[in-house]
Ligand binder design. Sequence first.
Ligand code: GRF
Length: 287
Amino acid sequence: MLKNLQNKWKVSSTQFVLILCTFATTGTLTAYISRSITHWLQLDASSDWGLRLAIRLLVLVFGYQVIILIVSFFFGQFSFFWNYEKKILRRMGLLKPSKAAIAIFASGKGSNAKKIIQYFENHSFIHVKLIVCNKPGAGVLEIAAQHNIPTLLIEKNAFFNSEEYLQSIKNQGITHIVLAGFLWKLPHYLIQAFPSKIINIHPALLPNYGGKGMYGEKVHQAVIDAGEQESGISIHLVDEEYDHGKTIFQAKVAVHSSDTADSLAEKIHSLEHQHFPTEIEKWINQH
Ligand code: GRF
C-alpha cells in the first residue's frame, strides 16, 4: 500500500519518508495547537459545546493546511505540499487554474485536432499553442494554418537521435502534449520532460487491439474479424510502450454485424470528437 502511494506521488524513497514525517508531525502539532487554543480561550467541558467544536474544526480544517506548509518547509518538502495545497484550492474554486498550453501531435487528417482547437479557442486558461506533425502535406497542417496555430514539422532522425525539437517545444511554453493520431512512438527524452503530461487517444477499448502496428483501419478490421459486439475509444497517459499508459477514460459503441471497418471508423470518430476535448479539459484541470 505504501509502495503504491510512493508510486502515485512519483517520489524517491527518501522523499517519501520525509513526506510521511511531515504528515505525522503536522497531525500531532495540529492536535496540540487546537487543544492549546481551546484551553487559552478557557473553553472546557462546561462551555458551549458548539463553540468548542467550531474552534476545533477551524483549527483542524484550515489551520492544518497552514501548519502542514510550515512543517513541510523544515523537512525540505515545501514544494511538494504547496502543489498539493494548490490542487485543493483549485478544486474548491479558490485559486485560478494556471495557464495550460497544449501541443497537439498528429500525423494525419487531423479531425480530432480540429475539434480540440475549436473547443479551446475561447477558453480562459487552456490554449492550443502548437501542432507537431511528421508528415509534410498532412491535413492537420492545413487545419493549423486556418486557425493561425504555429506548426513544427519534424524529421525522423532529429526527433529520435537528438533533443533539438524539445527546445522548440519548450520555447513555446508547452505544458501538456496531446497525441491525436500521431504514429511515431515518443522518445524517452520527451516522456521524461513531460511526466504525466502526455495523453493519447486510441480508437479501441484498450488493453485490447492496441500496440505496435495497431492503428487506423487495422484496429477496426481486427475488432470486426474477432466478432466483437462492442468497440470504443480509450484515452490514456503515454509511456514508453505503444498504447500502454494508464487509461483515464473509455467510451463504448456497439458493433453490428453489418458494420465494416469504414462504418466502425466513422462511429469511433464521432465518439472521439464528442469526448476528447472535454476529457482533455478535465485531465488538465486535475493536473
Ligand atoms: C483517431 O481515430 C485516433 O483514435 C487515432 O488516430 C485517428 C486520428 O484521426 N489515434 P484524425 O486524424 O484526428 O481524424
